[in-house]
Design a protein around this ligand. Structure first.
Ligand SMILES: Cc1cc2nc3c(=O)[nH]c(=O)nc-3n(C[C@H](O)[C@H](O)[C@H](O)COP(=O)(O)O)c2cc1C
Length: 272
């Protein structure tokens, strides 16, 4: 089967598919778009050729127009909505005891999986620690890592104020996961340079998606640092072979609502 096939009745020959193909393998011949012979292997299956066609004339070998939901213009958000959406996102550190349903977490993770990735390789895998008792046990390993850091790498430990976190832990406070009911890790292959940015972006999307589902989250830098460097925690996490966690996000139902949007530094911008 050809990489792309064209419904000649529907094709309006606007050349959008060829212009938007990131690897430039769609050309026009005989007035209709077609994949350049021998170049099919360069296709990254991003679906742009199908998604940009206004008439649904183009079918990709792996993707028919019917598999791509339409974009509803009435759901587009205004600049004012975008401003509030982005500015009202907050790191949530106080959660209700109520657990989040596994189906809901799967749904939000599925949405976050639409985040961009280099060459559309989609290298992110997810690991959810749903059981709070298990999370508490894992935090014990994080504290062990912190104690090791304080002893072996005191400068870095001081920079991260790890002694305060350890003291808090000893006093019964969870400064590592903020008593969040769950933790979500985004992980990828250690030898894949596209995995770290993809995981970071996907977790960012996840955090942005949470509020519309009534959820809140917070990056869990302490946990992830330990997950990257502390073998006992890695062993306990049991991620697949050759994988490492590139980011961790707490999640739960927020205990409080925010009512204002605090300012941030004016961005330093050069060139314009
Ligand atoms: C990579 C990263 C790691 C973070 N790690 C933690 C953490 O371990 N614990 C925590 O309470 N907040 C953590 N945060 C949240 C930041 O403290 C928070 O984003 C910042 O204070 C700004 O607040 P806002 O997110 O509500 O705008 C982290 C944020 C990022 C981006």
């Amino acid at each position: 089967m050809a990489l792309i096939s064209i419904d000649m009745e529907k094709c309006i020959k606007d050349a959008a598919c060829a212009a938007e193909c990131p690897v430039k393998i769609i050309h026009f011949q005989g007035d209709f778009p077609r994949a350049v012979d021998g170049m099919e292997g360069f296709c990254i299956n991003c679906g742009h050729c199908v998604a940009v066609c206004p008439t649904g004339a183009l079918t990709h070998k792996n993707l028919a127009p019917e598999e791509c939901p339409g974009i509803e213009p009435e759901l587009a958000i205004t600049p004012e909505q975008t401003e509030q959406f982005l500015r009202s996102r907050r790191s949530i550190r106080a959660y209700k005891k109520k657990p989040v349903e596994k189906e809901l977490l799967s749904k939000v993770i599925s949405l976050a999986s639409h985040a961009p990735s280099g060459h559309n390789t989609q290298p992110v895998k997810w690991h959810v620690i749903h059981d709070r008792d298990e999370l508490t046990k894992l935090c014990g390993h994080v504290v062990d890592w912190m104690r090791w850091m304080i002893k072996e790498q005191p400068q870095a430990a001081a920079l991260l104020e790890l002694d305060m976190v350890v003291k808090g832990h000893e006093a019964g406070m969870d400064i590592i996961t903020r008593d969040a009911p769950h933790l979500i890790l985004a992980h990828g292959r250690k030898d894949n340079p596209m995995a770290p940015p993809a995981c970071t972006i996907a977790l960012t999307w996840l955090e942005l998606a949470f509020p519309s589902f009534g959820l809140g989250g917070c990056w869990c830098g302490f946990f992830n640092a330990a997950a990257m460097f502390w073998p006992p925690l890695q062993k306990e996490l049991g991620l697949e072979d050759g994988h490492i966690s590139y980011g961790a996000m707490m999640v739960g139902y927020p205990r409080y609502s925010y009512h204002r949007m605090p300012p941030r530094n004016v961005p330093v911008i050069t060139g314009i």
